[in-house]
Design a protein around this ligand. Structure first.
Ligand code: AGP
Length: 607
């Protein structure tokens, strides 16, 4: 997610904007830039890489003391992280500078229309298209306010933008749909930003901007309009009592809990542009240039490996493609037998995991083509892959991976549907039901999360003294059992084992006693009766059970944790956050360092 800031006030804008971007660095980025206006000219300075690179450029270029401008740290979604793709973007006549956080889904068709009108483009971004569309609007509208409204009423997708122009010195415009935007109200100065930390040192008076609102600020005024009708909108000023660190977590105690609650948006963002809603069809331009694989080798580590195990079930069932899922650190040394012309799918949130990169190298040496499924644009996995699919989860700060896995599962489901349709082997009902129902998961999950968190808090207090846990699941829930165990042990340091529930009788059940609780996935699917009989075996030996289940399911255990039931495999997207919340609330209750657990790194870039 990008960081954006706009300023209109009495101070030199550039240093204030750059410091504001520094307080937004936690959001993750790969390039940065700032634009101000002086003497009817736009001053634009941008740099690939971190803010230090921007500082160096600013030191060499004596920018003026202009007192208004915009700044941006870019988390790349369209276009690799190089200077020409960095924000702010200018229109082709350099009268307007704009910054953007979000994804314009229909930017290609708008770009085609603008090209036909003689517009020239300097970057590969969707953002520059929007900037030029505003310039086009300026030709038919009397001012920037109406030009921006005119342009935004033509775009589809998510945006939070801030705009300055040489026509209106001292004025900054901003607007949002589905991307964050707040306004800071100061004394003789006003701010817009993607997040409160950007201007917190200057003012605690905040106005939260809602979707479909268009903001106009100057040093001495602020106004909010409906972006479509330009009707003025009454807004309330709220006083923020957070410190900067708390503000970076959006008021949450840890990044992990913030990222768990971001999962509804993550699913929406991962689906954005990949489901043709009119036709209810999956569109994956990233892989349309290749044939569906004869056989697929998934290579990954940790949570990403668990995502791969889950994806195997759907890709085999829906696309009839045999899938091998490999722990990368094993794959790279076992001299695997790989059919030339095969395909490897490397899953990696960071795109920098050494074992996974080594697995890619080995697969390429053996003649396989590589699909990279990762979250960081331009990462090593992305650069080493022949085809790249980004999970669009935004930066994941907490070491324990949560929203990244959610986005990986979403992407794997899309691949299974897409290949199944391409091969003509998936039944139409499954295809249309999955494509249709997936779009409702974000709102169902959004509604369910608060109650899920309360239930997790209750259960974590009851079992925080356990020394060991079993996590059991069958079918699609076996990978989730592995993931639930990993989450609990890596942040609470309580030992936990994920197991296929049918495996308990082959030895592990010897461990069961009242002090060795079991966390079971007992949701309402065709394997439930088998899971139920496994749980009876556990109870017969005095084991206590927490069971994730659905309303009305016939199950008698110590702790039922009932989740809203959705269609088939989509229940995964409701169960996964429950596992994450149980681990989080247990670790938080035990006072652990949730975001930075001992001995762990966010990206394991060494063997
Ligand atoms: C997950 O909670 C862990 N932090 C870890 O297992 C992680 O998933 C693994 O290191 C793989 O990382 P990657 O997805 O960035 O490759």
């Amino acid at each position: 997610m990008c960081g954006i800031i706009g300023y209109a006030g009495h101070r030199p804008a550039v240093p204030l904007i750059v410091e504001g971007l520094r307080r937004l660095e936690y959001r993750g980025y790969d390039s940065a830039g700032v634009a101000t206006v002086q003497n009817k000219e736009i001053e634009l300075v941008r740099a690939a890489g971190k803010l230090a690179a921007l500082d160096e450029k600013l030191a060499r270029k004596n920018v003026t003391n202009s007192t208004f401008g915009v700044g941006h740290t870019r988390w790349a979604t369209h276009g690799v992280p190089v200077e020409r793709n960095a924000h702010p973007h200018l229109d082709h006549e350099k009268n307007i500078a704009m910054i953007h956080n979000g994804i314009i889904e229909n930017y290609q068709e708008i770009k085609t229309e603008l090209l036909a009108k003689g517009y020239e483009f300097r970057s590969d971004t969707d953002s520059e298209v929007l900037c030029n569309l505003i310039a086009e609007g300026r030709k038919h509208n009397p001012n920037m306010l109406e030009s921006i409204s005119w342009a935004l009423n033509q775009v589809e997708g998510a945006y939070a933008i801030a705009v300055v122009s040489i026509d209106e010195p001292g004025t900054v415009y901003a607007a949002r749909v589905a991307s964050p935007m707040v306004m800071g109200v100061g004394t003789g100065e006003n701010f817009v930003a993607s997040d409160i930390p950007a201007f917190l040192p200057y003012t605690r008076e905040v106005v939260f901007i809602e979707d479909g609102e268009l903001v106009k600020i100057t040093s001495s005024s602020w106004e909010v309009f409906n972006v479509e009708t330009l009707e003025p909108v009454e807004k309330e000023i709220k006083t923020i009592n957070w410190d900067v660190q708390a503000a970076q977590k959006g008021g949450y105690k840890h990044f992990m809990i913030k990222e768990i609650f971001e999962q509804p948006k993550v699913i929406s963002d991962c689906l954005a542009g990949r489901v043709d809603q009119a036709k209810n069809e999956i569109v994956l331009p990233e892989v349309e240039g290749m044939e569906p694989p004869e056989r697929l080798h998934i290579i990954a580590c940790g949570t990403s490996y668990h995502a791969g195990l889950w994806g195997k079930y759907l890709i085999e069932q829906w696309a009839k493609i045999p899938v091998e899922v490999e722990i990368a650190s094993e794959f790279r040394y076992r001299d695997p037998l790989l059919a030339k012309g095969g395909v490897a799918l490397a899953i990696s949130q960071s795109g920098e995991t050494a074992d996974t990169l080594a697995g890619i190298k080995l697969a390429k040496e053996k003649g396989l083509s590589i699909i990279g499924l990762c979250n960081v644009v331009g990462s090593s996995v992305a650069r080493e892959s022949d085809y790249v699919m980004y999970t669009q989860a935004g930066p994941e700060i907490s070491v324990a991976s949560t929203k990244a896995m959610c986005s990986q599962l979403t992407a794997l489901m899309l691949l299974a549907l897409y290949w199944g349709k391409r091969k003509g082997v998936i039944d139409a009902t499954t295809y249309s039901r999955a494509a249709q129902d997936m779009r409702s998961i974000p709102s169902i999950l959004e509604t369910a999360l608060p109650a899920m968190r309360s239930r997790a808090q209750e259960l974590s207090r009851e079992y925080s003294e356990a020394n060991s846990f079993f996590f059991l699941g069958r079918g699609l829930y076996f990978p989730l059992a592995l993931e639930g165990a990993l989450k609990l042990k890596e942040i609470s340091y309580i030992h936990a084992e994920g197991y296929a529930s049918g495996e308990m009788k082959h030895g592990p059940i010897a461990l069961i006693d009242p002090k060795f609780p079991t966390f079971a996935m007992a949701l309402n699917d065709e394997l439930f009766p088998k899971v139920k009989s496994n749980l009876v075996e556990v109870q017969a030996r005095g084991g206590e059970i927490i069971a994730l289940t659905n309303p009305g399911v016939d199950l008698d255990v110590e702790h039922r944790w009932s989740l809203p039931e959705v269609w088939g495999p989509l229940n995964t997207f409701i169960a996964l956050p429950a596992l994450q919340l149980f681990a989080y609330e247990t670790a938080d209750y035990l006072g652990k360092d949730v975001d930075q657990p001992r001995n762990l790194a966010k990206s394991v870039t060494v063997e």
